[in-house]
Design a protein around this ligand. Structure first.
Ligand code: AVJ
Length: 352
């Protein structure tokens, strides 16, 4: 029986087409949402330790994970909409085209996504599940609780069968405490983020993931491909200057965390394609001699005119180098999906 008030609401909604949610719909959505913290499995360096270590090296380096404060995440979203930055839209299109094939091969009971962010691309997998009568639960794993909530909200709305088990944590702190649901799992790691890791780091990470996998589980990896250097460089140095702003923003993050006085505008953005290492290297280049005070570290750092800070590597793969890296982690590629232009790859792998 529908209460009078709710009937009125439904009627109003029908006639006025107001997207209004009854209390019952809201609670059913809540029932399908759970959230838990994943404790770190090992000690990860703090930002202060990363800066101390990274600034002791030449060239100085900063880990790319510090790009993603609220502003950085927003800037990255905007970068994805620039004409030059092809990876996100290429991967989304590829996932849209291959989702049916992936889902039919794996028939997952759980989809576990590392670094899920907005889950925008992953939505293609759920559509394919729906079309094939599969109802896996979704385990998005991300550092940002707000982003997890927003992503879940949208997915629960779109898929009335879906249950979301959000996992808050840092996958770089290890996967040992990741919940282990019974049943076939599809692990996904999208966006080409694997490219931010050196080959050694990547193989260690993939091996750790491989260690969690059981027979029948599968892993879907998104990775960016090598291509003409001018295309790569443009993708990391867009004409609108968003990537430059994104790069400089890491200095704001450090200023806030370590009571620093970096002037972000005293650094130029530089993106180079290192052909030998098949990777984009993003730098901040000092525009003039300067000294920076990081009060929380009780340290001053001198930067010479032209001196570079390496803020990110983004490795690009050939079909062969991607396969080799998976194999090195005892993962056996079973399907390789790529766009016609070979700009981006999705590889489906199983434990070997
Ligand atoms: C989010 C790590 C995949 O390496 O292409 C975008 C980050 N850096 N523009 C990438 C990024 C500069 C991006 N990933």
């Amino acid at each position: 029986m529908v209460a009078y008030e709710e009937k009125t609401l439904l009627k109003e909604r029908f006639f006025m087409n107001i997207p209004l949610e009854g209390a019952s719909v809201r609670s059913r959505k809540l029932e399908r949402f759970k959230c838990q913290a994943v404790p770190a499995a090992r000690v990860v360096p703090t930002l202060a330790e990363d800066v101390l270590q990274g600034f002791a090296r030449r060239p100085r380096v900063l880990p790319p994970k510090y790009f993603y404060d609220a502003l950085g995440s927003e800037l990255f979203d905007q970068i994805c909409d620039t004409p030059e930055y092809y990876p996100t839209r290429t991967e989304a299109r590829l996932l849209d085209q291959s989702a049916h094939s992936i889902i039919c091969q794996v028939k997952p009971e759980h989809i576990i996504e590392l670094g899920s962010g907005t889950s925008r691309k992953t939505a293609h997998l759920f559509e394919a599940c729906e079309a094939n009568g599969l109802e896996p639960s979704y385990w998005p794993f991300d550092v940002c609780e707000e982003v997890l909530h927003a992503a879940a909200e949208a997915l629960l709305e779109a898929h009335p069968w879906l249950s979301v088990q959000a996992l808050i944590g840092d996958y770089s702190a290890g996967l040992a405490h990741l919940p282990q649901p019974a049943g076939r799992r599809l692990f996904v790691f999208l966006g080409g983020t694997i490219g931010n890791l050196t080959p050694e780091e990547s193989i260690a990470f993939l091996s750790e993931l491989r260690g969690l996998m059981r027979e029948g589980d599968a892993f879907l990896l998104g990775a960016d491909r090598t291509k003409a250097p001018r295309l790569l460089q443009a993708a990391y140095d867009d004409a609108s200057g968003l990537t430059a702003e994104f790069n400089r923003n890491v200095l704001n993050v450090i200023n806030r965390a370590l009571r620093g006085d970096f002037n972000p505008h005293a650094f130029d953005h530089l993106a180079l394609y290192n052909e030998a290492l098949q990777r984009i290297e993003m730098y901040l280049v000092a525009r003039h001699d300067q000294e920076v005070h990081l009060m929380a570290l009780e340290r001053r750092y001198g930067f010479l005119h032209g001196e570079r800070i390496l803020t990110e590597i983004s490795r690009k793969f050939t079909a062969e180098s991607l396969t080799a890296e998976l194999r090195a982690a005892r993962l056996n590629p079973i399907r390789h999906y790529q766009t016609e232009d070979q700009y981006f790859s999705l590889v489906l792998a199983q434990p070997s």
